[in-house]
Design a protein around this ligand. Structure first.
Ligand code: ADP
Length: 488
């Protein structure tokens, strides 16, 4: 069971947090179960909260935010620093909670916890540096001063694939800037969000500054978040479809939105690439989190001269991947999150086979059954197939063959998404040409791993708006106000 895996079982709470109080039931007393995707076992039962509960949390955040914003940056930084230390000290327990509710291998879960903590550390430091500006007056008797002030109450809706880190990189800049937050974690993985709230409380974050509303009725909560005019900003990570719904709903009150939506990342290997490095990068970019990240390589384009050699090396690596329960030693691919996810992977593979593609390795559900799927490589893939247009969000690498740089750039950009992209090449002029031509918010060059708290994470086109992490990340949580002062 879950509690037996923890040094500090109080980190795994089954209560929601509103106004500094832990609630085992919401307005209606209804509950929902959280299951371990590896075994199907119920690991916790949580309050299935409603709009009214969300509204209470928003009221609490509204009250708490006013006092929180009055603190100095240094005072807010001290709380975030303490939280960072607590996250690091409790990383093993936080990782176990993450693995049991989400399925990823324990080592990856631990990596996510430290990655999430790095945002808390970074934005704690930034809290002291939310600088304004002074602008030389436009007339002799005018002085102009620019202030940056916290937006106010921020609502957050987060997905299941990085239940700690995605929340941490919204929570940390919001709280650093002097905002208060009401968070609705994914119903599949609420325990990680709650464990963050337990530690935030221990770190001294005042009651009401961070609230966690647990619910399976995400559209109800989303409606309250977008229609309640005490909420001044909504930050969302999830699918482009739901992002559009929230944007429409928020339009009524011109709500500020931070959106991290779907991707369809190209991963390009040119003839002049270091092939072994490209294979390493592809493994990380494609199979990390079992292919369930929004920056995962979704389309692998390999230039004709190295296509066969690259495919052979990649097949060897993928065939050696160990699938299994995230707590088992040596496992690098856990279960997928839901039956629906497995069906989508099957559908994408069947569609590719029907249109002339071939399986080089994998292609089926794993012998363990349940939500386990074999890491897969498809060859002979073309742009007519679903894998080319939609995010598969599973352990499937489709290999496309291309001839020229111009062709591949055109194919890579031929999508409504624009989150992450990757390419491997050595020629310096090519590196700059391709990097500048790719219509993406992020470009990994000779690397398959681009996420870090010091850089601005985010997408263009239908992959979203706003940036998370880095000095740009805090800008999403402040309003700019200018003072125009007449002097004698
Ligand atoms: P994913 O495929 O990653 O689950 P979703 O966009 O469906 O992507 O889910 C991301 C988050 O958005 C989850 O917390 C989910 O509960 C929430 N969500 C889903 N539908 C809605 C909706 N209509 N309004 C608000 N939130 C929603």
């Amino acid at each position: 069971t879950l509690l037996a895996k923890l040094k500090d079982p109080s980190l795994a709470t089954d209560k929601a947090l509103i106004a500094g109080e832990w609630h085992s039931g919401g307005e209606t007393g209804a509950t929902f179960d959280v299951t371990n995707p590896s075994t199907g076992e119920v690991i916790a039962t949580l309050p299935n909260m409603t709009r009214a509960d969300a509204a209470r949390a928003i009221d609490a955040a509204h009250r708490a935010q006013k006092l929180w914003a009055k603190k100095t940056g240094k005072e807010r930084a001290a709380v975030l620093r303490k939280l960072y230390d607590l996250m690091v000290a409790n990383a093993d327990d936080l990782a176990a909670i993450l693995t049991i509710e989400m399925g990823k291998p324990l080592a990856e879960a631990r990596g996510e916890i430290l990655y999430g903590a790095s945002y808390v550390e970074w934005f704690g430091e930034e809290a002291k540096r939310v600088y304004g500006d002074t602008i030389p007056g436009h007339q002799q008797d005018k002085r102009i001063i620019v202030l940056k002030q916290p937006i106010g109450v921020v609502a957050s809706i987060t997905p299941w694939n990085f239940p700690n880190a995605i929340l941490a990189r919204k929570f940390a800049p919001a709280v650093a800037a002097g905002c208060a937050m009401v968070s609705k974690p994914a119903a599949e993985t609420p325990l990680s969000a709650l464990s963050l709230a337990v530690l935030a409380e221990r770190a001294g974050l005042p009651a009401g500054v961070f609230n966690v509303v647990t619910s399976k009725k995400s559209s109800d909560i989303g409606q309250e978040f977008t229609e309640n005019d005490k909420v001044r900003k909504l930050t969302f990570t999830g699918s482009t479809g739901v992002g559009k719904i929230l944007m429409r709903q928020g339009a009524e009150q011109i709500m500020k939105l931070g959106l991290e939506l779907g991707g369809n990342a190209p991963f390009i290997v040119f003839d002049d690439a270091d092939l072994d490095a490209a294979v390493e990068g592809a493994m990380i970019s494609k199979y990390r989190n079992n292919g369930q990240t929004c920056v995962c390589a979704n389309r692998l384009y390999v230039q004709a001269g190295v296509y066969d050699a690259f495919a052979k090396k990649l097949v060897e690596k993928v065939a050696a991947m160990k699938v299994g329960d995230g707590f088992e030693e040596g496992v690098v691919a856990g279960p997928l999150i839901t039956e629906k996810s497995v069906e989508k992977v099957e559908e994408h593979i069947a569609d590719a086979l029907e249109k002339g593609g071939a399986i080089a390795v994998g292609g089926k559900r794993d012998a363990r059954g349940g939500l386990f799927f074999q890491p897969t490589i498809l060859t002979g893939v073309t742009s007519a197939m679903k894998v080319a247009r939609e995010e598969t969000f599973g352990p499937v690498a489709p290999l496309f063959r291309f001839e020229t740089e111009a062709d591949v750039v055109e194919m890579a950009n031929d999508t409504e998404f624009g989150l992450a992209s990757y390419f491997y090449a050595k020629d310096l002029s090519r590196v700059f040409r391709v990097a500048e031509a790719l219509e993406y918010g992020m470009v990994g060059i000779n690397t398959g791993l681009i996420s870090t708290e010091v850089a601005p994470f985010g997408g263009i086109k239908q992959s979203g708006q706003g940036r998370e992490g880095s000095k740009y990340g805090i800008e999403d949580y402040v309003e700019v106000k200018y003072l125009c002062l007449q002097v004698d």
